[in-house]
Design a protein. Structure first.
Ligand code: FAD
Ligand code: UDP
Length: 367
């Protein structure tokens, strides 16, 4: 029997593969009172799917991941569009050529556009910290503006750190985009599970060989359940009883509000880099174009993670944390019947498709 700690995407993909292909029994223990991990969603009284743990837009260039997930869901075609309020103006994110013309007078915008295209080419993405390295006066002005207005305040709120104190890959997730494409992602495959993410996970776990125990902490069963292999998707420092110290995570508080109006904002996600304590507001009905008279939004407040007090949502990618993670990872390598996989167990800022790809690859290594 395989024991899996955690019913998020990582645990659920592996449970599905092990049961359907290896025909082995699987016990999934989940600490929360629902399956799905952070992709869990539910319908509210207006019929709107609420992503309980923040906005989840699926996107991938990996055809095998898309094909695999498509066995368990139909997709509602959806391209994530995000706006940011900068100087009181609603601009598209990533910051692109359209944004340039919204925040600067036409003459200046046109000069900056020419400079960007001549320097980098059209349809090119440049991380803000890279753009800041260019010495040209116009580019210095532009990168300084975008850094101050879009990245600095948001990153301080989101992480409690400046962009320089995180790996550059964090802010590179939202590069400056020399393009007129207003979509947040350009991946080939994008969409939202037609009946929600929870239903997708339910279908993965719907196998007589899979048993799911909710409200069950791995720590409470690890000595009583006999397993041939353990797949662990929780926090790696917790698994080893914090023997080298606690890893840092970032947490969030979601404040849900319903309004007596059809729409609150034009797109699913609006970011607030400059003002307010929240980083972004998500209006959920946009994901599946749900028709309803009222609407529900979530205000997202980043906060420090406190063990036992709130949930660990993000690993914090920098040198100090990587060094501590490396110690745990070294211990993990010594345990031959345990697989550590997932955003928490590998302490990596994975997107959903990366987790599915990891889990599918891990399964191939297991068999
Ligand atoms: P999780 O979903 O965290 O699952 C781990 C599970 O293990 C949890 O259910 C937890 O309760 C359980 N668990 C932990 N410890 C124990 C224990 N001791 N015993 C029993 N159970 C335990 N990705 C995208 O691709 N697009 C997006 O738009 C996107 N938006 C995001 C927005 C937010 C706010 C966040 C936080 C993440 C977002 N992601 C997005 C990333 C996505 O959520 C993750 O890649 C994915 O959910 C990770 O799956 P996982 O199985 O590794 O971890
Ligand atoms: N970011 C920012 N301003 C924004 C959007 C993103 O500074 O308006 C930075 C910030 O550091 C953030 C990171 O880019 O944490 C990655 O953003 P993404 O939208 O990928 O974050 P996620 O959806 O994973 O929370």
């Amino acid at each position: 029997m395989y024991l899996i700690a955690g019913s998020g995407l990582a645990g659920s993909v592996l449970a599905e593969r092990i049961a359907s292909v290896l025909k082995k029994e699987v016990l999934v223990v989940e600490r929360r009172d629902h399956i799905g991990g952070n992709v869990y969603d539910y319908k509210d009284s207006e019929g709107i799917f609420i992503h309980k743990y923040g906005p989840h837009a699926f996107h991938t260039n990996d055809e095998s991941v898309w094909a695999y997930l498509s066995r368990f869901t139909e997709w509602y075609p959806y391209f994530h569009r995000v706006r940011a309020i900068v100087d009181g103006i609603e601009i598209p994110l990533p910051f692109n050529l359209n944004a340039l013309y919204m925040v600067f007078p036409p003459g200046l915008a046109s000069r900056l556009e020419t400079k960007l295209v001549d320097t980098f080419g059209y349809n090119v993405k440049i991380p803000i910290l890279k753009l800041k390295e260019f010495g040209d006066k116009d580019l210095q002005f532009l990168s300084g503006y975008i850094y101050e207005k879009v990245f600095l305040g948001y990153t301080l709120k989101q992480w409690g750190l400046t962009p320089e104190n995180l790996y550059p890959s964090v802010t590179a997730r939202v590069p400056v985009y020399i393009s007129r494409d207003d979509r947040y992602f350009q991946d080939r495959y994008q969409g939202i599970p037609e009946n929600g993410y929870t239903s997708l996970i339910e279908r993965m776990l719907d196998n007589p060989l899979i048993r799911v125990e909710l409200n069950t902490d791995f720590r409470d069963v690890k000595d009583s359940v006999k397993f041939e292999k353990l797949i662990y998707t929780g926090c790696i420092d917790e698994f080893f009883d914090f023997r080298f110290g606690e890893l840092s995570y970032r947490s969030l508080d979601f404040s849900l509000k319903s309004y007596d109006t059809e729409f609150f904002q034009p797109v699913a996600q609006v970011n607030y880099p400059e003002n307010h304590d929240y980083t972004r507001i998500t209006e959920y009905k946009h994901f599946l174009d749900t028709r309803s008279e009222r609407t529900t939004v979530a205000y997202e407040y980043p906060q420090a993670y406190e063990r036992g007090g709130n949930d660990p949502y993000y690993p914090i990618p920098n040198d100090e944390n990587s060094a501590l993670y490396a110690k745990y990872s070294e211990e993990a390598r010594k345990l031959h019947n345990v697989v550590f996989i997932g955003r928490l167990a590998e302490y990596k800022y994975y997107n959903m498709d990366q987790i599915v790809a990891r889990a599918l690859r891990t399964f191939e290594e297991l068999r």
